[in-house]
Every structure is written in structure tokens, then in C-alpha cells.
Write a protein that binds this ligand. Structure first.
Ligand code: NAD
Length: 300
């Protein structure tokens, strides 16, 4: 069986490692936080005293990182590539900036180690239920090796292209999501002002040209889609903090690549305001309440 090291055993990495254990792999790992280490141990992960010892002494064939941001991934890969065994495959599943993703692919290539960027969508529920979608970037060979491992943690695994293509797909998708959620929220706020019921707008728009995921699967008002966070006090789900992180990444990438994304920029600004007003821990669909509040105060 392939031995897998998972570095970063937090809300996502912890349950992902647990699913690799369930699939029968020997899993070694490390996290800076004692609580995450304890939870991983309880799930059957062999937890080491540091990332280097996990990869080197654990004799890992595959190294998966699931870390907060690009700077963490750059630091951890720099530390681990020199101690990894020859023929190892490195996979970064964190959501990071495209430039960092490409930089760590370059580091791996220099160390003659295969690599993939493979960010995920599906959130903590998807991580627990092994139902994540993986968007992978890297060579065909690296993808062919990584796919069966990713399949133990997810339902859909898409090869998006070369180095950094997985991160590019992730931030483009989430830029659409951030913009569309604000659009749907604005439409419901306008409907309220016009005396149109939520259900009537939903019945029309969900089968008309306004149809989109933010409306039909994740409706930001309670009622029409019973499983959406709006029916549960806007508990995440997908926290506004994480949406803002992804929108900022999309804007960094747009600047770096020279793409014009004015609605992405506006969405990033609105989520930054939402966060500054203390709502970062709420589901990102709670933006609708913010839009109502702004209208009340005559600011929009
Ligand atoms: P998290 O903060 O729960 O976990 C990150 C873990 O990394 C923490 O436990 C932290 O202690 C650990 N860590 C940081 N530096 C380390 C180091 N040098 N060595 C070892 N461990 C280290 O975050 P999360 O929710 O698990 O998210 C992880 C990544 O997945 C992020 O990039 C996030 O954007 C992405 N993501 C999260 C979600 C979600 O719903 N939570 C969804 C999709 C993608």
C-alpha cells in the first residue's frame, strides 16, 4: 500500500487524512496544533513530531499538504523536498495564489520530484464524506499517479492542465460564485421592495435565464431551498472569510495576468466590508442581510 504523509491536519486535512486511513493506506502526518494532531491520531494517522520526520521517517511515497496559504506551502515544500524519497509525488490541496502554486511546482521539478496542485471544492462536509471535487494541475504522469489517491477523498477529479491550472480553475469558479451570490441577493432585496414574494421570484428565476447555483442550490433566503444555510441562521457552509480569501486570490491573479475583472473586484470589496462589519464567520450567502442593511441606512 502507498504510504501517504498529510501535512496540515485542520478542518479539511484532518478528515481527508482519515479517509485515506479508511481506504487502507498507512498515513503519517503532522500539524502545528496539538488539537489537530490528537484528532488525527484518533482517526488512525501516525502523527510525528514534525513535518520532516513524518515524511522522512514515515517513508512517504506521496506527500499531501493542506495549509492556510501560499507562504505556508512554499515554506513546507522547501523543507520537505530535500528529505523526500526519490520517486515521491507531492500534492498541494490548499487554496493558494497561482504564482505560489507554480513556484512550488518549480521547486519540485528542480528536486526531480513529481508534483500536482489539486485544490478542492466541497467544504468540510465534502472532506468528511470523501465527496470533494479536486481540480488538478500538473503533468499527465503526475495526474495518473495522483488520481487514485485523490479518489479516496473525493468524488470528482478533473485534470485542468499544467502547473497551476488547478488553482486557476478554483479561483475562476469561486469568482463566479462570489459575484453570482451578490447578484442573487440583490435580486431578492429588490423583489422585497417591489412586494414580490421570495417563492415567486424563486419559481420564475430558477427556471428562467437568472438560474444559477447560488439561487437553485444555495438560495440566500429561507424557504425555497430547505437545505441552504439561510434556513440555518447563515451558519457556514462556506464562510465569508474563505470567500474573501478566494476573491482576493482572483484579483491578485487578474493583476498579475492583466485580466480585467471589475465585477470580481467589486465582489471582493463587498466581502471585505462584510468581514469588517464582523460577519466573516457567517456563511457567504449572509451577504443578502448586509445588502438589506445598507439599503436601510441609505448607503445603497
Ligand atoms: P485550517 O486552518 O483548519 O487548517 C490548516 C492547518 O494547517 C491548521 O491546523 C494549521 O495548524 C496547519 N499548519 C499551518 N502551518 C503549518 C505547518 N508549517 N506545518 C504543519 N501544519 C501547519 O484550514 P482548512 O479549513 O483546513 O483549510 C485548509 C485549506 O483548504 C485552505 O487553503 C483553505 O482555503 C482550503 N479550503 C478550505 C475549505 C473549507 O471549507 N474549510 C474549502 C475549500 C478549500
Amino acid at each position: 500500500m502507498t504510504t501517504i504523509a498529510v501535512i496540515g491536519l485542520g478542518n479539511m486535512g484532518g478528515p481527508m487524512a482519515a479517509n485515506l486511513v479508511k481506504a487502507g493506506h498507512p498515513v503519517v502526518g503532522y500539524d502545528l496544533m496539538a488539537e489537530s494532531r490528537e484528532q488525527a491520531k484518533a482517526a488512525g494517522v501516525s502523527v510525528h513530531g514534525g513535518a520532516v520526520t513524518a515524511v522522512r521517517d514515515g517513508d512517504a511515497d506521496i506527500v499531501i499538504t493542506m495549509l492556510p496559504a501560499g507562504k505556508h506551502v512554499r515554506a513546507v515544500w522547501s523543507e520537505l523536498l530535500p528529505v523526500a524519497k526519490r520517486g515521491a509525488l507531492f500534492i498541494d490541496c490548499s487554496t493558494v495564489d497561482v504564482d505560489s502554486a507554480r513556484a512550488v511546482h518549480d521547486l519540485a521539478a528542480k528536486a526531480d520530484i513529481a508534483s500536482l496542485d489539486a485544490p478542492v471544492s466541497g467544504g468540510t462536509g465534502g472532506a468528511k464524506g470523501a465527496a470533494l471535487t479536486f481540480m488538478a494541475g500538473g503533468t499527465d504522469e503526475a495526474f495518473a499517479r495522483g488520481k487514485p489517491i485523490l479518489a479516496a477523498m473525493g468524488k470528482k477529479i478533473v485534470h485542468c492542465g499544467g502547473a497551476g491550472a488547478g488553482q486557476a480553475a478554483k479561483i475562476c469558479n469561486n469568482m463566479i460564485l462570489g459575484i453570482s451570490m451578490i447578484g442573487v441577493g440583490e435580486a431578492f432585496v429588490l423583489a422585497e421592495k417591489l412586494g414580490l414574494s421570495h417563492q415567486a421570484l424563486f419559481d420564475v428565476a430558477s427556471t428562467s435565464s437568472g438560474q444559477c447555483w447560488s439561487l437553485t442550490t444555495y438560495c440566500p433566503v429561507p424557504g425555497p431551498v430547505p437545505a441552504s444555510p439561510a434556513n440555518n441562521g447563515y451558519k457556514p457552509g462556506f464562510a465569508a472569510d474563505l470567500m474573501l480569501k478566494d476573491l482576493k486570490l482572483s484579483q491578485e491573479a487578474a493583476l498579475s495576468a492583466g485580466a480585467i475583472t471589475p465585477l470580481g473586484a467589486a465582489a471582493a470589496q463587498l466581502y471585505a466590508l462584510f468581514q469588517a462589519a464582523g460577519h466573516g464567520g457567517e456563511d457567504f450567502s449572509g451577504m443578502i442581510n448586509f445588502l438589506r442593511g445598507m439599503a436601510k441606512e441609505g448607503r445603497a
